[in-house]
Design a protein around this ligand. Sequence first.
Ligand code: ADP
Ligand code: MG
Length: 243
Amino acid sequence: MADTPCIIRLENLSYAYPGTGEKVLDHLNLEIFQGDRIGMMAPNGSGKTTLLHTIMGLCKPDEGTVTIFGKAMTQEKDFLPVRSQIGLLFQDSDDQLFCPTVMEDVAFGPLNLGFSRNDAVDMARKTLEGLGMAAFEQSITHRLSGGQKRLVALAAVLAMNPKVLLLDEPTAGLDNTVKERLIHILSRLDISYLVISHEFDFVSAVTDKIYSMENGRVLTDADIHIHRHEHVHKHGLQPHIHK
Ligand SMILES: Nc1ncnc2c1ncn2[C@@H]1O[C@H](COP(=O)(O)OP(=O)(O)O)[C@@H](O)[C@H]1O
Ligand SMILES: [Mg+2]
């Protein structure tokens, strides 16, 4: 691993939401290397979203350091150039999509990066095509289904050609068809990512290692062993409850 660049390094990071006094992140450490495909499975409220927001500079840590692409992020202006290179897929697609049409939503990022209107539309079109969403180019975003919105939100992130993706529960509320599509899309992407999910089947299909969070810290795969629970019943298909 010595030659593999560390793209995101969090050291000794602590964070409490203002006025709460409760450390959501507590001396947390995390490293994401180029080529990493990391899954993160942890209970609701354990700080997963907060962790992603800290990486993006949306939550400012009370303690510790955030280093991105080898540069320490000490103030807001340090985050500006790196934000476009880190694609954050929000937990709620409606937080990501705010334009009237799909094309405008997906072209927004490239336009913001300074590409011409023609180039931005071109990039948006290619990205939508790659995700099988070309037919929705002129659709009204807020009328799309949850699954379609999730794919458009992903297109909006990918159109900026990020170096790393942070995906916050991308399969939440989606049916199996869209989940399968997401698995297919992520498996083909040549990009590093950290994906938060509660779904073991999804996480194990798209990642190489699975981390967790507890007491404000990240537990790596050296600390945990998440596995699928399989069992048999002596009397065939008897109904039973899992707790
Ligand atoms: N804006 C906020 N203000 C105060 N507390 C918050 C805020 N957002 C999240 N929290 C609290 O921080 C903790 C971690 O939240 P979050 O990062 O959303 O967890 P997860 O994504 O793992 O479900 C929770 O206890 C949550 O209630
Ligand atoms: Mg969350």
